[in-house]
Design a protein around this ligand. Structure first.
Ligand code: SF4
Length: 478
């Protein structure tokens, strides 16, 4: 068995909306291509640059902001650190002129204000990209190919990347997705069965097992601080969303609801009664996903489209579980860290054994995986055994099997936003059901992950983020 693991910081990464696979991934891919040109000393010689988008990236790219994200990546922006306002200004200029200074993003390190530029100005823009929605490259449906030529027409570099879900990017010919994967971990696991048995043999919780694997790359303090930093970004995302009024971007004219719901709930539920718990769970899921739809800063969990589920269930844990709600700060932070770690342990299984990409296996891979991860996190902080945690994760996915990806208008709004609220509620219920039992159950998490993978493979391409089936064709855009 490979002694590697996928880090909690790969599964929960800071990005921008509206889609991890269609926005974050293409931005990373474009940035990687420009970085390759810089590293090869070829950037200055680029006179022409072409971008071809394939499969789902081309089919739903307009609604997902794929082309805009690609331009931003070519300008040198990265999802983790992008200055959203500055990048939008640069994009507006690019839309007006059709020209872009490669790696020319404004940077404080380079004096701010966009100068000095590090690359030549070339003709590249959203409008100039070639869209090939019916061509699915062999490795994955989310393909993007970059080609840079010099003034004489000679190819300086040509590379194809695949955005394989959750913002992970892999280059054609590469073995695995890039990211911060952990090597030589003390507790390797390739299946849920191994995860549970290794935790039991070591006499530790699933959260502790995941932490010990993380310690191969970071100190315990760094892991905890990193997770708390991610949590802060989640809270900022919610706060920003609650300030918004009006309509979400795009032709659907979907109204922002989170801000009004928040004001209503503050009035109706001043005492934070348990009766309103599910309303708050719904609100948090809605707020995160509305912010995502706006292209705001979001934590992939494990994807952007499903980013509201984990924060919503975490809100439930922190505010409604008696042992945590009234605990002091250290105990609350410990619970929060454990929630993320147990969720990540389960998320790694989906990434290793199936997929977290809606374009590959439908929404069951995004929202289903997130629901399963959140259920595991909640079961962990409810004091569940490893078997009960595995059971909670299994229940949540079992009842998300077959979920299709059919975003109306290619926008991550309908059904995505409400779907997060529904899946968060399922996750809470899955943890509660599992905690009522003793961990013994008939269907294993491994079986349900494999079922998800097979169902995704059998699913018509119409239901895999192409907007060619389901709600996307039955709901009229106006
Ligand atoms: S339907 Fe699901 S998988 Fe598809 S874009 Fe929406 S949240 Fe993502």
């Amino acid at each position: 068995m490979n002694a590697t693991d996928i880090s909690v910081f790969d599964l929960f990464s800071i990005g921008v909306g509206p889609s991890s696979s269609h926005t974050v991934g293409p931005m990373r891919a474009a940035n990687r291509f420009v970085t390759e040109l810089i590293d090869a000393g070829a950037l200055e010689r680029v006179a022409e640059l072409s971008v071809d988008l394939y499969g789902s990236l081309a089919a739903t790219g307009a609604g997902h902001g794929t082309m805009a994200a690609t331009v931003k990546g070519l300008a040198g922006w990265e999802p983790e650190s992008i200055d959203i306002a500055a990048a939008e200004r640069q994009l507006a200029e690019n839309q007006a002129t059709g020209r872009l200074v490669l790696a020319g993003r404004p940077s404080p390190a380079r004096g701010g204000g966009g100068e000095p530029a590090t690359g030549p100005e070339v003709a590249v823009s959203e409008a100039a990209m070639t869209l090939r929605p019916l061509t699915v490259l062999e490795r994955h449906t989310n393909g993007v190919r970059f080609r840079a030529l010099d003034a004489g027409g000679a190819v300086l570099d040509e590379r194809t990347y695949f955005s394989v879900g959750g913002g992970f990017v892999v280059e054609e010919g590469e073995e695995a997705a890039d990211g911060d994967s952990l090597a030589d971990v003390p507790h390797p696991y390739d299946s849920a069965e191994q995860l549970v048995s290794r935790a039991s043999e070591a006499g530790i919780s699933i959260a502790r097992l995941k932490l010990e694997n993380e310690l191969t790359a970071r100190s315990e303090r760094e892991v905890e601080e990193g997770i708390l930093a991610i949590y802060r970004v989640m809270r900022e995302c919610i706060g920003s969303s609650l300030e918004r009024i009006g309509y979400l971007p795009g032709e659907l004219k979907v109204r922002c609801r989170a801000g009004q719901w928040h004001r209503d709930l503050l009035r109706e539920d001043a005492g934070k009664s348990a009766e309103y718990a599910i309303d708050w769970v719904n609100l948090i899921a809605l707020a995160v996903n509305e912010e995502n739809a706006f292209g705001g800063r979001v934590v992939t969990a494990p994807t952007n489209g499903a980013a509201g589920i984990l924060p919503a269930v975490l809100h439930y844990a922190m505010n409604y579980l008696p042992g945590i709600r009234t605990a002091g700060r250290p105990a609350r932070e410990r619970a929060l860290v454990d929630f993320f770690l147990a969720s990540a342990a389960v998320g790694a299984l989906y990434k290793k054994r199936a997929s977290i990409s809606g374009a590959e296996v439908g929404c069951q891979g995004e929202v289903g995986s997130a629901s399963s991860m959140a259920a595991a996190g909640l079961a962990q902080v409810m004091g569940g055994s490893s078997q009960q945690i595995e059971n909670a994760a299994e229940i949540a996915m079992e009842h998300n099997l077959g979920l299709t990806c059919d975003p109306v208008g290619g926008l991550v709004q309908i059904p995505c936003i409400e779907r997060n609220a529904m899946a968060a509620a399922k996750a809470v219920n899955a943890a509660k059901i599992a905690l009522r039992g003793d961990g013994e159950h008939r269907v294993s998490l491994d079986q349900v992950i494999e079922t998800m993978r097979q169902t995704g493979a059998d699913m018509s391409a119409r239901y895999k983020e192409t907007s060619r089936g389901g709600l996307a064709v039955n709901v009229v855009e106006c």
